[in-house]
Write a protein that binds this ligand. Structure first.
Ligand SMILES: O=C(O)C(=O)C[C@]1(C(=O)O)C=C[C@@H](O)C=C1
Length: 294
């Protein structure tokens, strides 16, 4: 039986492109309207893996994904897909000669944020409406030709929903990539992509510091430093238990081994930190532009 892969939908989102590039057509692709719905589905066993965005090179972390994983559904990251992101400005074909006069712009908040310079220069003072995904925004614009609204999305969405791209590549910086996590309830679950080869190994930890201990973060970092464990990310997020209470998400450039990472974790625990493994996995990069049909 083919695997069921859930993703942030509808069809033709960036997440759908990541799923298509990694898993291909042999799997059943199941769209969900929101990130929490997709995460719940894999936790409930409705699907085999969930694919959701975690971080964009211009905008930073997708907080909803990490917050939901930490506070609501403790799943493991079992793989990572990095995809190039190209944002285009699109309208219903009936507005293609009048696109500069639209009065609303609809997209995912990250997509809007990635295009701020263009939007500020071209549409000063315009209203932004936030959609659950770029694909959802494109689908809305196609169904509402009577509304003076444009979408920001990728070219698969323009094709899928019959929209006209009137301005291509409107993201502010050329280097625009997003990471997507493949999630599963067990950290032993694996899926080798038939299409992509892994280019990195990673471990993600959640570390909570002992309260009010001076130099605690310095001590945490030195547990990695003297073992020469390279960190590619360290980010703080609120614990949601009170002002000033934070935990850290730490990415290490290596999978869990027998000695170094267990040693670092034991040292952190001895310092009074609590440490949770969020995943130890392979990371894959998509090198092609988004042109392939999904
Ligand atoms: O809306 C989409 O198409 C998504 O897949 C979500 C998402 C995100 O959450 O960052 C993914 C990639 C882009 O950075 C913009 C939006």
């Amino acid at each position: 039986m083919s695997k069921r892969i859930g993703f942030l939908g509808p069809r033709a989102t960036f997440t759908h492109f990541a799923v298509q590039s990694f898993f291909g057509d042999e799997v059943e692709q199941v769209p969900y309207t929101t990130i929490p719905q997709c995460i719940d589905a894999v936790a409930d066993g409705e699907i085999d893996f969930a694919v959701v965005p975690t971080e964009n090179a211009l905008e930073g972390s997708v907080n909803l994904t990490f917050d939901y994983l930490i506070h609501e559904q403790p799943l493991y990251i079992v793989g990572e897909i990095v995809s190039p992101i190209e944002q285009h400005f699109m309208v219903h074909p009936s507005r293609k000669n009048d696109w500069e006069n639209v009065t609303r712009i609809y997209s995912h908040s990250h997509a809007i944020a990635q295009c701020h310079k263009f939007l500020h220069q071209t549409f000063k003072g315009i209203t932004y409406d936030y959609a659950t995904s770029t694909g959802a925004a494109a689908s809305y614009v196609s169904k509402h030709p009577e509304e003076s609204v444009a979408a920001i999305a990728n070219n698969l969405a323009a094709k899928e929903y019959g929209l006209e791209i009137v301005k291509a590549n409107i993201h502010d910086y050329h280097y625009n990539h997003t990471r997507f996590a493949i999630l599963h309830p067990s950290n032993k679950a694996e899926y080798d992509s038939p299409y992509l080869t892994p280019d990195k190994e990673k471990t993600t930890l959640m570390v909570t510091l002992p309260s009010d201990q001076s130099g605690a973060l310095h001590q945490v970092l030195s547990a990695f430093t003297w073992r020469k464990l390279n960190l590619s990310k360290i980010e703080s997020r609120p614990m949601k238990t009170g002002l000033g209470n934070y935990f850290f998400i730490i990415d290490i450039d290596m999978i869990v081994d027998e000695i170094l990472i267990p040693g670092a974790i034991a040292e952190l625990e001895a310092l009074g930190c609590s440490v949770k493994l969020l995943g130890s996995y392979e990371a894959y990069s998509i090198n092609q532009h988004i042109e392939k049909e999904v």
